[in-house]
Write a protein that binds this ligand. Structure first.
Ligand SMILES: Cc1ncc(COP(=O)(O)O)c(C=O)c1O
Ligand SMILES: N[C@@H](CCCC[NH3+])C(=O)O
Length: 426
């Protein structure tokens, strides 16, 4: 038997001509659970986490999984059981952490638009830290905390004005982005925070963007943040922890991001050189923990030869896999049963009524209707960004571990999609 790993996906492989997720044939999963179907490898997630854990060995560091990447409960459970905290951006995500048995004291609450109700709920549950993103948010959080007679632990997200060299829609640390407090206002914002009785300053935070594949933007951001920590502490406000956000990329299409341990070897060397090596560290990785742990299995419905292009119409669509339509993002697409037949170039498209409903363009595939394909790198920002557009139920999700395949979310029915709606009175 020959074995071939897929680039970037250590747990998705061909054994002879059959695609497997760890020990389980993809065709068997498609048969048992139907398509389209998200399939995740628990081992792949834990391997990705282990790279960070190796990188931080001997350090004081808390990994807070940025659950926006994939917030399915069983996935949160895997990371909670592995000791992770969570980076959340809404009360909905907070409720998911609770439901998955996560440690609320390891929750950090990011986001530019926290409501008073969300602040209240998070304070009552005793989360670890609020990453505050504006001066007006500081004032509101102070009021909410005082009304509950507690102190809110805060870290201020600073916008370091560093170019992460990624897609403009997912860069977050540039002056023109809505995130964080401007670098040159940071010291005065910290002084203001330190003077508010409902707040307890605990840290500083930055997050410069997503799908970052180079080390330099991180090194630049770190320098900018450490300069600020020095200035803020000189101004009399101690900084307990430094949160460097998430953003590390994955291999979608020959991308070569550093491994998490290699990235952190470089960053820790800088922290040591600048005398901050013993500080409590936090990070908020999302995509790099789950992105290449997941695939989406889809069935070829029709082949449609065209004058300008050929279309391969599959049962997954932009509502299930929104990244190509949103960012023209590339996802690998491979057959579940490899074939030696002559390949044809196809645009792989879904059934949704939008020309933007494409999953891959100009892909060489040897397929027939009824064949199954796997869309790769589908563990991050796919299920969590999916919708019911065209009244398509959200997909089922399966997690593969050493015991086999577990259905972690059943397929949504049409009734599920309109369960919250009411007809007008007759
Ligand atoms: C504040 C914050 N933290 C962490 C993340 C996770 O980013 P990534 O999935 O790129 O690691 C994001 C998303 O970019 C974010 O906005
Ligand atoms: N949704 C984006 C990442 C957004 C990061 C959120 N801070 C993507 O799919 O690439």
């Amino acid at each position: 038997m020959t074995q071939a790993l897929l680039p970037g996906h250590p747990h998705v492989l061909y054994r002879d001509d059959q695609l497997f997720v760890d020990q389980v044939p993809a065709a068997q999963l498609a048969e048992q659970f139907g398509t389209p179907l998200f399939v995740y490898s628990k081992a792949a997630m834990l391997d990705a986490l282990a790279a960070y854990q190796r990188g931080f060995a001997g350090r004081r560091a808390q990994i807070c999984y940025a659950m926006k990447a994939n917030s399915s409960l069983a996935i949160l459970q895997v990371f909670a059981q592995a000791g992770c905290g969570f980076d959340i951006v809404s009360a909905g995500e907070l409720a998911r952490v609770q439901a998955a048995g996560g440690d609320l004291s390891k929750v950090i609450f990011s986001g530019v638009g926290k409501t008073r109700a969300e602040m209240r709920q998070a304070l009552q549950l005793g989360i670890g830290c609020f990453n505050v993103e504006s001066e007006s948010e500081l004032e509101v959080l102070n009021e909410v905390a005082l009304s509950l007679q507690v102190q809110a632990p805060v870290s201020i997200r600073v916008n370091p004005n560093v170019d992460p060299k990624t897609h403009p829609y997912i860069s977050t640390g540039l002056k023109g982005n809505k995130f964080g407090v401007a670098h040159d206002r940071a010291v005065q914002t910290y002084q203001r925070a330190a003077g508010l009785p409902g707040l307890r300053v605990v840290g500083i935070d930055c997050h410069i963007g997503s799908q970052i594949t180079q080390v330099d933007p991180y090194l630049d951001a770190m320098d900018r943040i450490l300069d600020l920590v020095e200035a803020i502490e000189q101004a009399g406000v101690p900084i307990h922890h430094i949160d460097f956000g998430g953003g590390l990329g994955i291999n979608y299409n020959g991308d070569t991001p550093p491994e998490a341990d290699a990235l952190w070897a470089r960053l820790l060397a800088k922290l040591d050189a600048r005398g901050f090596g013993q500080r409590q560290l936090m990070i908020e990785p999302g995509r790099s923990l789950v992105g290449n742990a997941g695939i989406c299995l889809t069935e070829v419905l029709y082949l449609k030869p065209g004058e300008q292009k050929n279309f391969c119409i599959v049962d997954a669509a932009m509502n299930d896999l929104p990244r190509p339509a949103m960012y023209e993002a590339f996802h690998g697409i491979v057959p579940v049963q490899a074939s030696r037949a002559q390949a044809t170039l196809y645009d792989v498209v879904g059934p949704v009524c939008e020309s933007g409903d494409w999953i891959g363009r100009e892909r060489a595939l040897a397929v027939q209707p009824g064949d199954q394909l796997a869309v790769l790198s589908a563990g991050a920002y796919c299920m969590s960004m999916s919708s019911n557009y065209n009244t398509r139920g959200r997909l089922a999700e399966v997690l593969v571990d050493e015991a086999g395949a577990h259905l972690i979310r059943r397929r949504e029915t049409a009734q599920d999609t309109f369960a919250l709606e009411n007809l007008l009175p007759a």
